[in-house]
Structure formats: C-alpha cells, structure tokens
Design a protein around this ligand. Structure first.
Ligand code: ZN
Ligand code: ZN
Length: 159
C-alpha cells in the first residue's frame, strides 16, 4: 500500500526510524521542537494515529498506561521492571514465525504485534528481596507463550 504522508507525518516517521528505542508522543513533540521542526502535541497525536493505520508505526503500552511509539521495522520485545520501569530489550522474537502463519492461514495482514514481559530486574530484586523471593510465575509454563493455541508452539521454525 502506497501511503502519502503529510510533512509532519513524514518528520515523525523519520524521527522514529532514527531513534533506537520506542518513545512517547511527548518525547516526539520535544524532539521535533529541539530540531526546530516543532508541531503541536495534538498534531503529533493525529500524525501517530494516521501512521499507525498506515501500518508503519507500532505502539507499546507500558504497565503505567503510557504509550510508546516506534517504527514497525523493529520486532523487539522487552523485559520491563515494575519497580524502576527499566525496559531491557530482548533480541529474539518468540512469535515471529507465528505471525507469518497467521497471515497465511487467516488472510489477515499483520502490521505488528506486541509481547511484553513484566517483573523485577536484578538490581531491584537485590533492593526488594521480599518481592522477588520464590514467587512462582502466575502462568502455567505449558501455555507459554500466553494466549496462543497450544499446538502452535510446537510448529517447526523456519529462519
Ligand atoms: Zn528494576
Ligand atoms: Zn516479535
């Protein structure tokens, strides 16, 4: 699909491609202003909505409710600490292959997916030992990854 972008949409998309991390709408607003390309915050939100519908921008929602935006070309997931809010990127995507299968089997064009892991990081676990002590994971490991059909997990992977 060829998408015609407005100037502010294009600036925001270029910015997201340059950033090495997902950023909030507020961050985008500040960054554009620093580059003397400032647009209003409402324009930033409208542009992000349009870019999301065009399938070129993805959104992650943190436990705090904050939305972070990134270019869809990154398939990156994070381990997010609920104590210090630090997000540690993980290099592999456990559902990448499933995405291709869903697209084929359901004839559904997937723009992006999100998969978030929340818990306590090593530093915070040292500072709050009571929270991290021997708590079993709330989900049965047999159903990992969560919310996916069981049979899908055993499918062969093509890399
Ligand atoms: Zn932490
Ligand atoms: Zn992924």
């Amino acid at each position: 699909m060829k998408v015609v972008l407005t100037r502010s949409q294009d600036r925001i998309l270029q910015l997201l491609k340059q950033m090495q991390r997902s950023v909030s709408a507020q961050d985008i607003y500040v960054e554009l202003r620093n580059r003397s390309q400032g647009v209003g915050l409402a324009t930033v939100y409208r542009a992000l909505d349009a870019l999301k519908l065009a399938g070129v921008v993805q959104v992650r929602t943190l436990a705090s409710g904050e939305s972070l935006y990134g270019s869809v070309h990154e398939d990156r997931h994070h381990l997010t600490c609920l104590h210090c809010q630090e997000s540690i990127p993980i290099l592999e995507c456990p559902v990448h292959q499933l995405e291709a299968e869903f697209q084929a089997n359901h004839q559904f064009r997937i723009y992006y997916h999100t998969l978030e892991f929340f818990g306590v990081c090593k530093n915070c676990a040292l500072q709050h030992p009571a929270d991290a002590e021997g708590q079993p994971a709330p989900h049965c490991p047999d159903h990992y990854p969560d919310n996916l059909p069981d049979h899908a997990v055993s499918l062969p992977e093509n890399h």
